[in-house]
Design a protein around this ligand. Structure first.
Ligand SMILES: NC(=O)c1ccc[n+]([C@@H]2O[C@H](COP(=O)([O-])OP(=O)(O)OC[C@H]3O[C@@H](n4cnc5c(N)ncnc54)[C@H](OP(=O)(O)O)[C@@H]3O)[C@@H](O)[C@H]2O)c1
Length: 312
């Protein structure tokens, strides 16, 4: 297959692009930066497309290449519904296959916070068959792009909703927890500040396991079309257990509560209880990585190694 990944240098996009390369596909990946493309894409056998994906010139350039591909994945950082819808429409505008040709697959990367119901018993659990919720204000725009992708007649439209993704440089775990712990580990007090609630439980997934889901779903586009997949482990983890594990590996002595500011930070402390099964049922997908708490020694040292690389 020819695969086109928007946001291929990103936390989710890069491991996904590598998974397609390893599986023998021809992979194109975008970056706005020549330097990042040269460092991250080319050496990994990902064909770099250096563009600002939202500019008029950039839209023309990537639209023409993507139109020749069998799978297009939007793994750009979240900027609200309009840029995501415009991106999808740009691809459709350039799509020009002869009548009767196979349809391409379009995968939009969404998030699990659109299904959050908070902490509690079985009534709070969700999976692929359950509807979205209004619990987290910051992600209420997601259905505005998910709907058009899933309903499109022109593509095999698929949505992958990611849980809190971990591994490598940490992403949200990095910015909300690791960065604060690293800073505090160099102080005398060794107490880091972070946002949490005593009962917060998070659904999580390693970025390599999520990459494997993209690959499996994309290769089965015609039978996965119109479906939403949850990229999440089968279990939730208590946020304070994760924080205790960070205390253990970082040399800190403890942590202190920081008040969340704004709806994104509120979402970080929300409890999402999910038990995905569609990825396994349709593609045989099973996450393999250790949980955040169990694998914390690995994830903390990978985070530190990435910090060093960023400074070079
Ligand atoms: N990370 C998570 O834990 C997580 C969890 C659930 C869902 N998601 C969702 O998954 C998607 C991808 O997330 P991510 O964490 O992988 O994103 P990311 O690493 O922050 O960004 C992905 C890529 O998007 C490009 N980009 C960033 N800002 C841009 C802009 N203003 N214009 C054009 N390109 C831009 C960057 O590529 P260049 O700089 O090379 O151009 C970047 O490498 C988002 O919708 C996010 O909400 C993420």
């Amino acid at each position: 297959m020819k695969v086109f990944i928007l946001g291929a240098t990103g936390f989710i996009g890069l491991p996904a692009a590598e998974a397609f390369v390893r599986a023998g596909h021809i992979v194109y990946g975008t970056s706005r930066s020549e330097k990042t493309a040269a460092e991250k894409l080319g050496p990994r056998e990902i064909l770099p497309v250096v563009v600002d994906v939202f500019s008029e010139e950039g839209k023309k350039k990537w639209g023409k290449i993507a139109a020749k591909c069998d799978v297009v994945i939007d793994a750009l950082s979240a900027n609200g519904a309009k840029p995501a819808v415009d991106t999808f429409h740009n691809f459709l505008d350039y799509l020009d296959r002869p009548k009767g040709s196979p349809k391409p697959t379009y995968i939009y990367t969404s998030g699990l916070w659109i299904m959050t119901r908070g902490y509690g018993g079985l009534e709070k659990w969700t999976d692929e068959r359950q509807p979205t919720t209004t619990y987290n204000e910051s992600v209420q725009w997601r259905p505005l792009i998910e709907g058009p992708v899933l309903d499109s007649e022109k593509v095999h439209g698929i949505v992958i909703r990611g849980a809190v993704v971990y591994g490598r440089d940490g992403s949200g775990i990095g910015s909300y927890i690791f960065d604060e712990a690293l800073k505090a580990s160099k102080t005398e007090e060794k107490i880091f500040e972070t946002i949490y609630k005593e009962d917060t439980r998070i659904a999580s997934i390693h970025t390599d396991d999520m990459a494997d889901l993209y690959l499996r779903v994309a290769e089965r586009g015609p039978i996965c079309r119109g479906q939403i997949f949850l990229a999440s482990n089968q279990f939730s983890e208590r946020l304070t257990d994760i924080l205790d594990a960070v205390v253990r590996v970082s040399g800190c002595k403890g942590y202190r509560h920081k008040r969340p500011q704004g709806s994104s930070q509120e979402a970080w402390t929300s409890t999402t209880l999910a038990k995905p099964s569609l990825g396994d049922a349709l593609t045989g997908w099973k996450p393999k990585k250790m949980s955040l708490v169990d694998g914390m020694d690995i994830y903390w040292s990978a985070y530190l190694a990435n910090k060093k690389l960023q400074k070079l």
